[in-house]
Design a protein around this ligand. Structure first.
Ligand SMILES: Nc1ncnc2c1ncn2[C@@H]1O[C@H](COP(=O)(O)OP(=O)(O)O)[C@@H](O)[C@H]1O
Ligand SMILES: [Mg+2]
Length: 315
């Protein structure tokens, strides 16, 4: 992909945000291109929601500027709403209205011409596979259905940019996959997608580029494969042994540069072809491994490298 040829959808320059004099966003610089899927990957409390709310104009910021389509947020005021659809982590829906009634309510808020609404609702119902619950009240929907309804209301005005704040948090892994497909489809349809997540697989699988965010700072931005290349380390072998064997195993594997990582032994720069020899070494020392596997670098490794923490540390 040749990014230089892509047009900018969102540009964030030197953005700062404080809550009670405590910095929550520190000098955020970020460009999101048209028609890409951009991910913000970071743990709880990193500042993802705050950043998204600043981008969509729901939260004032203290310094810097946000540009949508080249125009600063400050000047555009309300017009920005036409360009952007925002899906908060907990979608804003009226519990006592049906999904269709909710969509109609948002359609009127966005001044969608009345004669277009029915057609768009039908399209969204198909796209998001909502037939089963389009006429049900929001309060009886499952978590996944509610999230889909949340996406529907934020698409009724046909925005170019869709911003989703942790759209799959708490959903079953297989339902999460369904969401990835929906998001990919929307992107293929021409929408620019910005999504926040604390699931590294989600960022890896879905996003063309990822910004790693922690403690209000973006630590790096690039394609997942580039980030893994840069920070993820090499292919390695991960060995599980019972705790009482740990020390002995480390000793036995010293010449492989074995390292202890919490409760696992890591052997850097080795792959599949080394496993049988390593196993022999361990068995010769009366150590029976629980498991030995090859591990490719992940975005979790990237995050650990950049922050010294695991992504899910505070869960
Ligand atoms: N309204 C608020 N007032 C004060 N602090 C807040 C407020 N909203 C969020 N924070 C703090 O700002 C930081 C970033 O929060 P948030 O943007 O929600 O992170 P994330 O979405 O990545 O979990 C956290 O430390 C959170 O406690
Ligand atoms: Mg959040």
């Amino acid at each position: 992909m040749v990014l230089q040829m892509k047009k900018e959808a969102i540009r964030i320059e030197r953005l700062k945000k404080y809550y009670n004099n405590k910095p929550v966003l520190e000098d955020i610089n970020l460009v999101i291109y048209e028609e890409e899927i951009f991910g913000l990957l970071g743990p709880n409390g990193a500042g993802k929601s705050t950043l998204m709310e600043c981008i969509v104009g729901l939260r004032p910021y203290d310094y810097g500027e946000v540009y949508i389509d080249g125009e600063s947020l400050g000047y555009r005021g309300n017009n920005i709403k036409e360009k952007i659809g925002f899906v908060p982590q907990d979608p804003l829906l009226y519990d006592d209205l049906t999904v269709e009634e909710n969509i109609r309510f948002f359609a009127s808020m966005y001044d969608v011409p009345k004669n277009l609404v029915k057609n768009r609702i039908d399209l969204l119902t198909n796209w998001l596979n909502m037939h089963e619950f389009i006429n049900k009240k929001v309060k009886i929907l499952s978590g996944g259905q509610k999230r889909r309804a949340g996406i529907a209301v934020s698409l009724i005005h046909e925005p170019d940019i869709l911003i989703l704040d942790e759209p799959t948090t708490g959903l079953d892994p297989n339902i999460r996959r369904e969401f990835w497909n929906i998001i990919k489809k929307l992107n293929e349809d021409g929408k620019t997608i910005v999504i926040s997540t604390h699931y590294m697989e989600e960022a890896d699988e879905l996003c063309e580029r990822v910004g790693i965010i922690n403690d209000g700072k973006i630590l790096d931005i690039d394609a997942p494969i580039e980030l893994k290349r840069r920070y993820g380390g090499s292919i390695k072998i991960v060995i599980h042994v019972r705790t009482r064997f740990l020390e002995k195993a480390l000793e036995a594997l010293a010449e492989y540069n074995a390292e202890l990582h919490i409760d696992r032994i890591i052997i850097p720069d080795r792959d599949e072809s080394d496993i049988s020899e390593i196993k022999k070494y361990l068995l010769a020392n009366d150590i029976i491994p629980e498991s030995i596997e090859v591990k490719m670098p992940t975005l979790e490794d990237v995050f650990i490298h950049l922050t010294g923490r695991r992504l899910g540390d505070n869960e």
